[in-house]
Design a protein around this ligand. Structure first.
Ligand code: PMP
Length: 438
């Protein structure tokens, strides 16, 4: 008979100290559905578990017009009115909502082709392919670029979708210290076998994978350093611009523009439309050969339904505003000045702020996981929605609140938020340093 000691329950239990902490945090989020556009302000409803009916029910309480400091709505294109919303409505009227087929079957629409041509032109590369989901753009496409016998060298803070793509590919994986060019070079040097009968590199391809802006750290990749090593060691570079496309660079063209590097220097340009464009999905861009290879071999192109036309219309319209209008320029400038002002305010109050001063991702260290729930609840009571992150997304005692700044936020909203953070910071003791900021 089966020894019951071997029996493993199907579901995780949330009984240990740490898992209970995760559980409470997740419950908080699931019990507060948002019932509005994720713009500068949002409405949040409250649900709770009713012991009597043994089910979740709405309490009737709705937090109205809460200032949203958590969505990746960098340029403020998540709007319920305006050009993007109108274009999306028109697209639904013309094409419907769902495509009901993959790109390789009968799901290749003229609006997909238009979006890809426009995006390639915007990035100044030969070609582009779009996908319905940003996460899958990484996890499904890395495996069609590298495989067993290849080596991936990946930044230790790369997003879960990149990590999954690396694992699914079957390639060997080495991880280098975050943004540390010495460590990256060490890994590249170790990829060469020196000696008899000859010095050689036993890998078919070496792929370095980095992000533009790191979403938990707010840091910006050392792109010039990565490219110098790529050339020296004849490797390829995969760059995930999920948080940098639209949000960095004078015209929003991302981390390449920020450093004055032409995108053609990057072998694989990846990004998502979920952030600066207020939409959904992702893209791979680069040479014509790269995109043709992806079209033919990607699981996502073959087996996954293509991007909704309403989403394509939202992206095309926001992209047009970003690339060719005064309004687009203003949004990019407002994002940059909002980010800088907010970071300065936090540093002035003595909070520990991670990341680059130009980054719209602003992590503030809370450290102890037990303080996370209190911080977000107190902020909500004062009319601010925030995202708190802890283990497993961060190391256990490096819990943080991760603010995402938006061009849609006014100076007054940001000043009020700083005031609220300062008050809560006094009670929760998250003001550590007395950094002088000009
Ligand atoms: N790459 C990075 C760096 C991300 O941060 C994310 C999600 N935030 C993704 C990929 C996945 O994109 P999506 O949410 O659009 O599926």
């Amino acid at each position: 008979p089966l020894d019951m000691k071997d029996f493993v329950p199907l579901y995780a239990s949330f009984e240990s100290f740490y898992t209970r902490n995760i559980y409470n945090r997740i419950q908080d989020v699931f019990n507060r559905p948002i019932c509005s556009v994720p713009g500068a302000t949002i409405d949040i409803a409250e649900r709770r578990f009713s012991q009597s009916g043994w089910k979740y029910e709405y309490t009737g309480k709705v937090h109205k017009d809460v200032v949203n400091l958590g969505s990746y709505n960098y340029l403020g294109f998540a709007e319920k009115t305006g050009a993007c919303a109108e274009a999306a409505i028109d697209a639904v009227k013309k094409y419907g909502v769902g495509i009901c087929s993959s790109r390789q079957e009968i799901g290749n629409l003229d609006i997909h082709v238009k979006l890809e041509d426009t995006m390639a032109k915007y990035l100044d590369v030969d070609a582009c392919m779009t996908f319905g989901m940003g996460f899958a753009t990484n996890s499904m496409n890395i495996p069609c670029l590298v495989s067993k016998g290849c080596l991936i060298i990946s930044d230790e803070l790369n997003h879960a979708s990149l990590v999954l793509g690396c694992r699914l590919s079957g390639a060997s994986i080495q991880v280098f210290k975050h943004n540390d060019m010495d460590d990256l070079e060490k890994k590249l040097r170790n990829a060469v076998v020196y000696g008899q009968p000859r010095t050689h590199r036993p890998w078919k391809k070496i792929l370095i994978i980095v992000e533009g802006v790191y979403s938990m750290e707010g840091s910006i990749v050392n792109l010039p350093g990565v490219l110098a090593l790529k050339k020296k060691y004849k490797a390829y570079v995969f760059l995930d611009e999920a948080h940098s496309i639209g949000a960095l660079g004078e015209t929003g063209r991302g981390v390449t523009e920020y450093f004055g590097i032409h995108p053609k220097e990057i072998d694989i340009m990846m990004g998502t439309f979920t952030k600066s464009f207020g939409a959904a999905g992702g893209y791979i861009a680069g040479s014509k050969d790269l995109v043709e290879h992806i079209r033919g071999f990607s699981h996502s192109a073959c087996y996954a339904t293509s991007m909704s036309p309403a989403v394509c219309a939202q992206i095309l319209t926001s992209l047009n505003i970003i690339s060719s209008t005064e309004e687009g320029k203003k949004r990019i400038e407002r994002l940059a000045s909002n980010s800088r002002m907010f970071r300065q305010g936090l540093k002035k109050m003595g909070a520990i702020v991670y990341g680059n001063d130009d980054s719209p991702v602003v992590p503030v260290m809370i450290y102890l996981p037990a303080k996370l729930g209190a911080f977000s609840r107190e902020m909500l009571e004062r009319g601010f929605a925030v995202v708190v992150v802890g283990f497993p997304a961060t190391p256990l005692v490096e819990s943080r609140v991760r603010f995402c700044i938006s061009a849609a936020l006014s100076k007054k909203q940001l000043e009020d938020a700083l005031q609220a953070i300062s008050e809560i910071g006094d009670v929760l003791k998250i003001k550590y340093s007395s950094t002088k900021v000009d």
